[in-house]
Structures are given as C-alpha cells and as structure tokens.
Design a protein around this ligand. Structure first.
Ligand code: NIG
Ligand code: FE
Length: 421
C-alpha cells in the first residue's frame, strides 16, 4: 500500500484572520488580520495583509471568502495508538474499583491483553474500526496523525498494524506518520525472556519493517512495567543502524532515565514525562528533543504527578500535546479536549497548547519543514474556525468550532461551504 500523497490544489482565501503560529514572530499566535492566503500546487505561495497582496497574484485562482473567520495550521496529533482490536472497558471498571494501571499490567492485563484480538483481526476489520477513530479526529481539524504499532508484538501483526495505519492516510485528507512500537510490552510467548524478545525485535522485526518502508520512526515504552533503559538502548541502536529516527515513552510512571537516553539518541520527542528530573529536561533541551505531553492519559489514569512545565519553559523545550489515543490509558479522540486539559491540568497557556498541536507537534514528527505553521513554502494545511479569538480553541469542553478543513489547498468535502466565486 502506498504512502499518502496530499492533494495539490490552488486557491486564494480572503476575509480571514490567520494565527500563523510562526516562531519568527513576537506576538502571541503570530497573527495576520484581514489577511489573504495564496496557495499554488498545494503549498502556501504568499500570505499577509490583504491590502499588500501583490497586484494580480490571484488571477486565475479559485477565490474563497472565509467570512471573517480565524484560520490556524491544520492540527497535528503526534502520538496515537489508534489501530487495535478489542476493548479495555472492563479494565476501566477495575481501576475505578481500586486497581492501578501498573497492577493490572503485572497481572497480565493492559497492553498484552490487546495482543490476542489484534493478532486475530483481519486487516479489513482493523482498518474499519480504526477509521472510525480517525474520522473523529478529522472532524476537529486534524490534518496529520501519528499512529504507532505495538499491540501485535510479533512480526506479522506489527507489520499488519503499520500497513493499516499507512492505508488510513490514503483518501481521507490526512497524512499519517507511522511509528514502530514493537518494544511496547513482553508477549506471553517470551515470558521470562525479555532480553530474547528485544533481540527478536532488533534482529528480525525492525529490519523487516524498515525493509518494507512501514515505519517513519521507532518508539519504545521505557518503564518499570515495560522495557528497561538498557533494552531501550539496544532498540535505539538498531533503529540508528537502519537510519530511522527514534521517540520514547519516558518517565510516565517512574523515573527510568528515559528522557536523558532519548536525548543521547537525538530523539524527535520524549513523551509523557510526568517523572522527568531536571537533568533529563536539560539533556532534552540540548538535543532539541520535543516534550510531548499527554493529558488524556494523566486524567484517565487519575495520576497526580504532573509533568514539570515550569522546567520545560526554563530550559526552552518545545512542548507538544497529543491524544495518546489508545484503549487502555487514553481512549480519547478529541485533540481539542487535550488543549483544554493541557491548560487546566498542566498549566499551559492557550497559546502554548495551540503551538503544541501545530508547530511543536510537527517538530515531534520531524516534519516541521513541511507543516505545523502557516508560512510560505509549507503545505497549505489549515482550518477555518468559528471563533472570536485563537485562545478559544482551548476553552470549550466538547465544543467543535471547526468550520472547514483545507488539506494541501483542497477544501475537504465533508465541511466544504462551497466556493464564493
Ligand atoms: O502511551 N504506556 C504505554 N503505552 C500507552 C498505553 C497503551 C495501553 O495501555 O494500551 C500510553 O499510555
Ligand atoms: Fe502512548
């Protein structure tokens, strides 16, 4: 199955305000009021105040009037596990009854409980159920999604999950970046032989995934109920040998030294980070590793230890936000809700939250040259919102002010209001 190729349309949008989210701008949200946005071949050719649009630049282009709305870059969900079969609703009830996420995992529930159903699922069924999750994200203005494997834990199922993820990026107006997460948990057949499983992942699974071009990055769940730091390092060495960038689930439930390890491998991101110490934050800052915060998991697991946002700010770490959409720790399909939670639970500002699902989320996926801000040369992925000001995106709970999504310059049909002329 082929990787997605974005549509490449032309057009000029006027009667709108832009929250460009460009880093090279002093003002919050890097705004342009009463703007014009010119798109050719799916890329932004020009943007600025409408009054300074070069004379004749729009001749021959379809013209869309945006009714005075705000436009932001298309949203990016940079951390999901949304391809899986089965459910963990029962585990939720167990946790509400007092069992912890860690206890359930140690008793053979949790991640490994998904493996049997995911191994059995046929590709078509897996695709159909994952598409339902993707559609919910798209309705809220998401134009790029990262999807991880990690519920197969064998060669065939890990490849199947990644193929399904790649296919989800075809024909739905969304780009999918795939991440191999074979080192997510220990499958039953390797019980008591964790090092052997990591050897199998490094020698057989990862090289096959790389050969078939199924993964854009490699991730590991480095945790005391997951993969040790030493084993993580082995996976990262293999990824490096294959030329694949790495990311890490780090310091979610305890400090295992994951953030510093990720930084040593110039990881694109380290994710969760509730227990990261300042040394880890400093190492990440030096490596430009993005801090991806996952308030859905923090909320759903009823955690109390928050990621140290003040330290991230002090060391000027780029902060991203994502749904972590998965059946166990964050059954979430609303990225806008994560903006709200990022502010209410972690103390981000609405502007930091929006940067977290645009500019910094793009950096967390290594695609900051292509998307994440509204700037000349980048993909024309943007969203028109029914809001008075950009900060409102983090305000609503369960609200969806998305008016229309434009992907590669093409208005997406589901929300298309029709051309003005
Ligand atoms: O990011 N913690 C590891 N991975 C996921 C949870 C996956 C699961 O519980 O199924 C996370 O929270
Ligand atoms: Fe995760």
């Amino acid at each position: 199955m082929q990787p997605s190729s974005p549509p490449a349309a032309d057009g000029v949008w006027t009667d709108l305000n832009l929250a460009t989210m460009s880093a090279a701008h002093e003002q919050p949200y890097a705004p342009v009021r009463d703007a014009a946005l010119l798109v050719r071949g799916g890329r932004i050719e020009w943007l600025g105040p409408r009054a300074s649009m070069p004379h004749g630049a729009q001749v021959g282009l379809p013209h869309y009037r945006a009714g005075g709305r705000w436009a932001t870059p298309g949203l990016i969900d940079c951390h999901t596990h949304l391809v899986y079969a089965g459910s963990r609703a029962q585990e939720f009830e167990m946790r509400l009854g007092g069992a912890s996420y860690e206890e359930i995992a140690r008793r053979g529930g949790g991640i490994v409980a998904m493996v049997e159903a995911t191994r059995k699922a046929d590709e078509h069924g897996l695709y159909a159920q994952s598409l339902r999750q993707v559609r919910r994200l798209l309705e809220e203005g998401v134009t790029t999604i990262e999807i991880k494997s990690g519920y197969g834990l064998d060669l065939d199922t890990e490849c199947k999950m990644l193929r399904v993820a790649r296919t989800l990026g075809v024909g739905h107006g969304v780009d999918v970046k795939t991440t191999f997460l074979g080192a997510h948990a220990l499958p039953a057949e390797f019980k008591g032989r964790a090092d052997d499983y990591i050897g199998f992942v490094c020698r057989e699974v990862l090289p096959a995934v790389a050969r078939e071009g199924l993964a854009d990055a490699v991730d590991v769940f480095c945790e005391r109920i997951g993969i040790t730091a030493g084993q993580t390092e082995r996976v990262f060495e293999s990824a490096r040998a294959l030329g694949l960038p790495v990311k890490l689930h780090a310091e979610q439930l305890s400090d295992c030294g994951g953030a510093a390890l990720a930084a040593r491998f110039s990881a694109l991101s380290a994710d969760h980070l509730e227990y990261v110490p300042e040394a880890g934050v400093k190492a990440m800052a030096a490596a430009r590793t993005v801090a991806v915060l996952l308030p859905g998991a923090f909320y759903f697991l009823r955690e109390t230890r928050k990621p140290p946002v003040a330290l991230f700010r002090k060391h000027r770490l780029p902060i991203a936000l994502a749904t972590d959409s998965n059946p166990g720790s964050s059954p979430a399909t609303s990225l806008l809700l994560m903006l709200n939670m990022g502010c209410t639970l972690f103390g981000l500002t609405p502007e930091e939250a929006l940067a977290g699902v645009t500019r910094n989320a793009a950096a967390a996926l290594g695609i900051a040259d292509e998307t994440g801000t509204l700037e000349v040369g980048k993909c024309a992925d943007f969203v028109l919102w029914d809001i008075e000001r950009p900060g409102e995106l983090a305000y609503g709970i369960g609200a969806n002010p998305c008016h229309q999504v434009v992907k590669g310059g093409a208005p997406m049909p589901s929300r298309a209001p029709g051309r003005a002329d």
